[in-house]
Design a protein around this ligand. Sequence first.
Ligand code: OGA
Ligand code: NI
Length: 346
Amino acid sequence: MSTLSEAYKDNPLQLHHIIPLDFHSVQVVPDSHLWPHHDSQDFPSGVTSDGHSSMPSIDLSDPNVVELVGHACQTWGMLQVTNHGVPSSLLDDVESEARRLFSLPAQQKMKTLRSPVGAAGYGSARISPFFSKLMWHEGFTIMGSSLVDHARELWPHDYESFCDVMEDYQKKMKALASRLLLLILKSLDVTEEEMNWAASVHESEGALQLNSYPSCPDPNSAIGLAPHTDSMLITILHQCNTNGLQIFRDGVGWISVSPAAGALLVNVGDLLHIFSNARFPALYHRAVVNQTRHRISVAYFYGPPADSQVKPFVKLECPCYRSLTVKEYVSIKAQHLEQALSLIRI
Ligand code: OGA
Ligand code: NI
């Protein structure tokens, strides 16, 4: 089977778009990281000026869960889930292992630097080349078989706890994502064949992205992650008790989504946007930084295997996206970022 990394081979990155700043070594935001001033505090969560209710929070044991999930995907592109079955001790452990990683000296983290054509390892966000300024962010991507080798580089004598926690977390995320995808497909009234397609999605392991946003001397002039949509079907985000995620609402602007203890966030990605024929729009979002806290977040990206075909579900009268493989889509996204969806419109 082909891998997603192959999609990146044609789009190698330059080193300054891979190597993060050594954030601990700077006292002011350097020009390379200075963005136009923005207000990192705009619109606290739940308080929107458009008169609508706040982002839906859904208890997965609710008898109406299918409708609730479908409605949230359609109107918000995002939902918060509770009663999801992921133990809070594991949520705490994944945060503390991620913190342990990002607290290592820069030269240690650099031993696992992502290759210019690779997907796994330490480095800046993959969307970096599309922006003239760099982001206040460093990441570590776990994908494929890289985990143990990378952990050994980071902690030659003490790598097991990191691997155990990440493997366990990835397994729990995969089970939850698969359950959520079934709910989403049920809400769309797809064919039985398409319901079975969900099982093939389960063959891919997904990717785990650890994000680190060090505290920043001037948070309104820096950006943690620039605005983007996620490429896969759905993302499950663990915000680790620190504000920073903002979502874009038409007619409103950027809204902060505060973390709720024990809850996880789920958002629609590009492949679900395509599959649902834009009924469930991919969520446009960004991360802002703050002056006092080093924020960690953990994102799990769930999508079909790289060589699987994605197209709008069949009961539609006029599909507006063409059929393509996941790998092909990822490659188009790596070259065109935000234009990717419009480039595959029929
Ligand atoms: C991402 C992402 C948001 C956050 O990893 O794609 O959007 O709050 N993260 O860290
Ligand atoms: Ni994202």
